[in-house]
Every structure is written in structure tokens, then in C-alpha cells.
Design a binder for this molecule. Structure first.
Ligand code: CO
Length: 290
């Protein structure tokens, strides 16, 4: 693993607000926490949704997500613990296991299923929805699975370990890059009292979600299962996050370049106009998705 010595940031970002997720269920009754939802889509453009799932009760996850469509965006599923099988109408199939990432660009449309391959134990992870620019929404679908070992990672001399799912951080290129939305997606593990920094353009929308322990950003504590939206202060050059002093802290950091295009969502379809949503429904009902 690369060992990186970090230089301090000149003007790290501050926390604009904290958000607590909302308990909900989706698919065939999977219990999850919706952290990023409709009301935050404009603020966190190009990100449309973040769901966190974390349960050791099979009743919460066993039914999975049977066949359902998507059009107009990308889904990124990061499995911390568990096994889930994916199949889609474009002919892709894969087994997502602990530490792995599944990146699916639905674009003009796929029908897929996501079904747990375990009858007990912990199922924990995230599904993030990343919008596509208008010019790419009707492209061909794309799909890739990354096993845990295929996700680049590095450690800092201060003791942080970082997995780079997308974008690049401290000179380490992630598994996926996207030209127009420039997503950064990091999983950051910090022993107690360790501090970590990474650069961020000041105009990119960014948030952290803490899933273990307590993180501190610019003096603001973010406790487990909370999102912190980072302020887009002009001239800021990145984010600095520290672990609390009561044990290990784990969080994801997600950032991207806003598209500044209209967002019209109808369930699993996210387009730019009502007409395009109507067309998506017609296409789905007439079997165009395959
Ligand atoms: Co889906």
C-alpha cells in the first residue's frame, strides 16, 4: 500500500449543516436509511440519493430488490459486509461481496434485480445515485463489478487508511473516473485522534456520512449515522477530518461537480423534463428496456 505524507490545507471547508437519515423501505421491503433524498438533490447536485443499509436481521434485507427499471443516472453500490447478486437486462451479472463496488450506468435504461445471497449475518453498505448530464442520459448502459482487492487504497503516515472508489485523492487514482461530474468517493478509516485531509475544488458539492464513531470537521462533531454537508466557501481547498478520541471512526466522503441542469425524478427515472419522464414510462411499459 502507498504511504502518503500529507501537507496541511490552507483553507479547509466548514460544515454547512448536519442531516439525519430517514428510515424507510424499498424494493421488496428492504429496511434502509435514506440519507440523501429529493429535498437535497439540488444542493448536492450531481448526487440524487444515498441509502445506507445496515442490519443483522435477515427480515430487514432478505427479499432484496426484484426486477425494477432505471433510466437517466448511475447507481454505485458499495458493500461493506454481505453478498448480493445482480442481474440486468443488458446481460450483466455479478456477485457483489464485502468490500466490493458495483457501478452501473443505467443511461437509456436497464431492468435489474439485486438479491441478497445470504440467509443470515450482517448486510451493510451504501447505494449512491449519481446523475448523468443531459447529453449522456440516453447512451448505452454500462456496468462493472470491482472486488475488494480491485479498489485502490492508501495509508497516510498519520495512520489513516483510505479506499478510493472514484476520483483521485492525494495522488491516488480511484477505480472509476467520470469526466463531466468528476465524482470523488472515498471510504476513510481513522484511528482515534487521527486527522486526514484531501483536496476538493471549492465549487464541487460535497458531503460526508459517518458510519462508525464520531468525526470532527472544523470543530463540528458529526456522530455516527449522520451526514455533514460541506460548505462551498470560495477559495477553500479541501476538507480536513479528524476522528474523535473514543475509538475508530469510519466515514465516506462524496463530492462532485454540479451539472446545473433541471432534475425531474419519477421513482427510478431521473431526466431533465416531464416529457422525458413520460417517454421513460411509455418505453418501460412497451418493453424498450429489454
Ligand atoms: Co436498482
Amino acid at each position: 500500500m502507498n504511504l502518503i505524507t500529507q501537507t496541511a490545507l490552507r483553507q479547509p471547508r466548514t460544515i454547512e449543516r448536519l442531516v439525519q437519515g430517514v428510515m424507510t423501505s424499498d424494493g421488496a421491503g428492504v429496511k434502509l436509511t435514506r440519507v440523501l433524498h429529493g429535498a437535497l438533490q439540488r444542493r448536492l447536485d450531481p448526487f440524487l440519493m444515498l441509502d445506507a443499509f445496515d442490519s443483522d436481521d435477515p427480515d430487514d434485507y432478505i427479499a432484496g430488490f426484484p426486477d425494477h427499471p432505471h433510466r437517466g443516472f448511475e447507481t454505485v453500490t458499495y458493500m461493506l459486509a454481505g453478498r448480493m447478486r445482480h442481474r440486468d437486462s443488458a446481460g450483466h451479472e455479478g456477485l457483489l461481496e464485502s468490500g466490493g463496488v458495483q457501478w452501473m450506468t443505467a443511461a437509456r435504461g436497464v431492468i435489474h434485480s439485486e438479491i441478497p445471497q445470504q440467509i443470515n449475518g450482517v448486510m451493510e453498505g451504501f447505494q449512491l445515485w449519481l446523475n448523468l448530464p443531459a447529453q449522456r442520459k440516453m447512451n448505452a448502459p454500462w456496468y462493472r463489478d470491482f472486488s475488494a482487492g480491485e479498489i485502490p487504497q492508501y495509508a497516510t503516515s498519520a495512520g489513516a487508511t483510505v479506499r478510493v472508489i472514484a476520483g483521485s485523492s492525494n495522488g491516488v487514482e480511484g477505480a472509476v473516473t467520470r469526466a463531466l461530474t468528476e465524482p470523488l468517493y472515498l471510504d476513510i478509516h481513522l484511528p482515534a485522534d487521527v486527522t486526514f485531509s484531501t483536496a476538493l475544488p471549492d465549487n464541487h458539492n460535497a458531503f460526508v456520512y459517518v458510519y462508525r464513531g464520531t468525526a470532527v470537521i472544523d470543530g463540528t462533531q458529526i456522530t455516527s449515522r449522520h451526514m455533514g454537508i460541506l460548505a462551498n466557501t470560495p477559495g477553500s481547498d479541501g476538507v480536513t477530518v479528524s476522528a474523535g478520541n473514543d475509538g475508530e471512526t469510519r466515514l465516506i466522503l462524496v463530492a462532485g461537480k454540479p451539472l446545473n441542469e433541471p432534475i425531474v425524478q419519477h421513482g427510478p427515472f431521473v431526466m431533465n423534463t416531464q416529457n422525458e419522464i413520460h417517454q421513460a414510462i411509455v418505453d418501460y411499459q412497451s418493453g424498450v428496456f429489454g
